[in-house]
Structures are given as structure tokens and as C-alpha cells.
Design a protein around this ligand. Structure first.
Ligand SMILES: [Zn+2]
Length: 196
């Protein structure tokens, strides 16, 4: 399972690269987490991971909001978040991407190994694995929700935005503290230079 932090960070950074508003990006990144909420119903990588099912949700929402620009852009952003989730899962494990049209789960597995012996050698490659989709209730769930690798990657991805937020907060605080002092100084100066 791709951990939640990465499901959040990847669409976040991808959309921020387009210079989108932070609140909109935050919205899309939170929507990107929703397919994995299927675990609350004791199933995992279920119908919520199907492009067909998501299209059945997104397309009517798009039609209903088509003439309302603000809402329409939220639907499109949410759709991007969902799509990003499915793509990340697709490269991690079996995903029922086209359920129920195709009752097979797909996993694009990529692994390249570099061997350095008497001569350099690269082995492995990319394979598309397909296996029957089984969506059934689990009795126990055992998946990592946070890994060191995920934390490191997310930190690198989110650092520019976090830094930007921190910097703008600090600038704002400085202005808030400095502005009254500047005004006081101006008033004092005006009083002192008043013609008598
Ligand atoms: Zn997932």
C-alpha cells in the first residue's frame, strides 16, 4: 500500500507546480486520500480504486457544476486527486482499475537491478501483472501507514511549500510588530516638526 502521506504529498506538489492556490491544492490532496477509506468498510483496494466507479461519481458532479466555475474547478481538482491515487497504487500493487468492466486487477511492476562485478550488469525490467479481482471483507488488516522512506520523500516534496508558508508568516509577524512602531515614529516626527 502506498502510504497516506505520499498519497497526499504527490498531488500536492504536482498541483503546486502549476501555481494553484494553497487551499485548492490542499483540497485535492485530501480528496486523494479518500479511496483508501474503504478500509473503514473492511475491504481494501476495492471499488473505490476503479476508474469506472470514480468516473460515475465525477462525471455527474461535473455536469451538475458545469456552469458554476468555482464548484467545477473543485470537482476537477478532486478528480485529479483521485486519479493520482490510482496511478500511485497501480505502480505499487494490484489495483482493480477497470472494475467491473474488467474483473482483473493490474499492477505495473518495475524493478531494475544494477550489478557491479567483473562487468557491470543491469537486470530486471517492467512487467504488467494481472490477477483476478477479489473484493472481500478482511478479518485483519496489516499494512504500513508510515515508513521512513515515505517521510523523507514527503519532506523533500513538501519542503518548498512549508518553507514558503513559514517565511510568509514570519514576514507578516515582522510587519505587524514593525508597523505600529513606524506609525508612532511618524506621528512623533510630525509633532516635533509642527510649525509653532
Ligand atoms: Zn489505495
Amino acid at each position: 500500500m502506498v502510504e497516506p502521506l505520499l498519497h497526499f504529498a504527490v498531488p500536492f506538489v504536482s498541483l503546486r507546480a502549476f501555481g494553484l492556490d494553497l487551499r485548492k491544492v490542499l483540497f485535492a490532496s485530501l480528496v486523494a486520500l479518500t479511496p483508501d477509506l474503504d478500509v473503514l468498510f473492511q475491504v481494501h483496494r476495492s471499488q473505490s480504486h476503479s476508474l469506472i466507479v470514480l468516473a460515475l461519481v465525477v462525471l455527474p458532479a461535473l455536469v451538475l457544476t458545469w456552469n458554476r466555475k468555482g464548484l467545477r474547478s473543485l470537482v476537477l481538482l478532486g478528480a485529479f486527486g483521485l486519479f493520482a491515487h490510482l496511478i500511485l497504487d497501480l505502480f505499487q500493487t494490484s489495483t482493480p482499475l477497470l472494475w467491473p468492466i474488467l474483473n482483473q486487477s493490474i499492477w505495473i511492476s518495475v524493478m531494475l537491478n544494477f550489478h557491479m562485478g567483473s562487468a557491470p550488469l543491469i537486470t530486471g525490467g517492467a512487467t504488467v501483472k494481472v490477477e483476478p479481482t477479489v473484493i472481500e471483507h478482511f478479518t485483519s488488516f496489516d499494512e504500513p501507514i508510515l515508513t521512513a522512506e515515505g517521510i523523507g520523500l514527503s519532506l523533500v516534496l513538501l519542503a518548498p511549500t512549508l518553507g514558503q508558508i513559514l517565511l510568509s508568516r514570519m514576514t507578516l509577524n515582522w510587519r505587524e510588530r514593525k508597523l505600529p512602531t513606524l506609525v508612532e515614529e511618524r506621528v512623533k516626527h510630525a509633532k516635533n516638526t509642527k510649525p509653532r
